[in-house]
Design a protein around this ligand. Structure first.
Ligand code: PEP
Length: 246
């Protein structure tokens, strides 16, 4: 099965820099055997929607508001990103959870907003180093998933992708072993089984994210538990990211 490789640009590049990036990146990946997606700043969506037409790259954003419209200065809604052609949004990225105190309940609201306009959500979950050291990883993951997916019907899971991203591995150069990644992803499937069904637990796409680069990606992708990768820092260099995608 094809794997899904998602690049998360975070708050990097101007639109002009991003345009030059695409000029280098797109020719490198046009015959890629994997699926590739870019999670972009809102400011880049208009340009991307034009440059990515007739390419194999899926365009998405990094967050949406819990609200649809109104007096929410600075926010961007499900309808706005959908209108620009976004196919997915990240939801619950640890940087937003931590720096903007986003709660699991707000993440649930965002997922419901995304579903209402047929936008896929890449739900990011993961434990801190302290939680890991205190053997709390499973408990944390369970709570994050149970609240984020509260009220969803099983047939809506086709629009949900989970990204397992241990917080201590994001942007640090540190990583769990492949065995640890597999064990934790197997546990995530068990949670989906308990809430929904065996079929749902087998079908849901689960990605790994955290310090993936062109030297370490292959051993993770080899695992049948891992359906793809969420790549931050290493996606900003088109040549490095193309190595991972291809
Ligand atoms: C991320 O931003 O989701 C991420 C995984 O970042 P990095 O690859 O830089 O660790």
């Amino acid at each position: 099965m094809k794997k899904l490789i998602v690049g998360n640009f975070k708050m990097n590049t101007t639109v002009q820099e991003f345009s030059l990036y695409l000029d280098k990146f797109l020719p490198l990946i046009k015959n890629s055997k994997n699926m590739v997606a870019l999670s972009l700043p809102y400011t880049h969506l208009m340009l991307a929607s034009q440059k990515l037409v007739s390419t194999n790259v899926i365009m998405g954003c990094q967050n949406i508001s819990t609200e649809e419209k109104g007096a929410y200065t600075g926010e961007v809604s499900n309808l706005m990103v959908k209108d620009l052609g976004a196919k997915f949004t990240l939801v619950g990225h640890s940087e937003i959870r931590k720096k903007f105190h986003e709660t699991n309940e707000q993440i649930n609201q965002k997922i419901i907003r995304a579903l209402s306009v047929n936008l896929k959500s890449i739900l990011c979950i993961g434990e801190t180093k302290t939680e890991k050291n205190n053997n709390k990883t499973k408990q944390v993951l369970k709570k994050q998933i149970e609240i984020a997916l509260k009220g969803l019907y099983e047939n809506e899971l086709k629009n949900i992708i989970i990204a397992y991203e241990p917080i201590w591995a994001i942007g640090t150069g540190k990583m769990p072993s492949v065995k640890e990644i597999e064990d934790n992803i197997a546990y995530l499937r068990k949670i989906i089984l308990d809430i929904f069904s065996q079929k749902a637990s087998e079908k849901i796409q689960i990605l790994y994210g955290g310090s993936v680069n062109s030297n370490n990606f292959a051993s993770i992708l080899k695992s049948s538990q891992v359906d793809g990768l969420l790549v931050g820092g290493s996606c900003l260099d088109p040549f490095e990211f193309a190595k991972i995608v291809n």
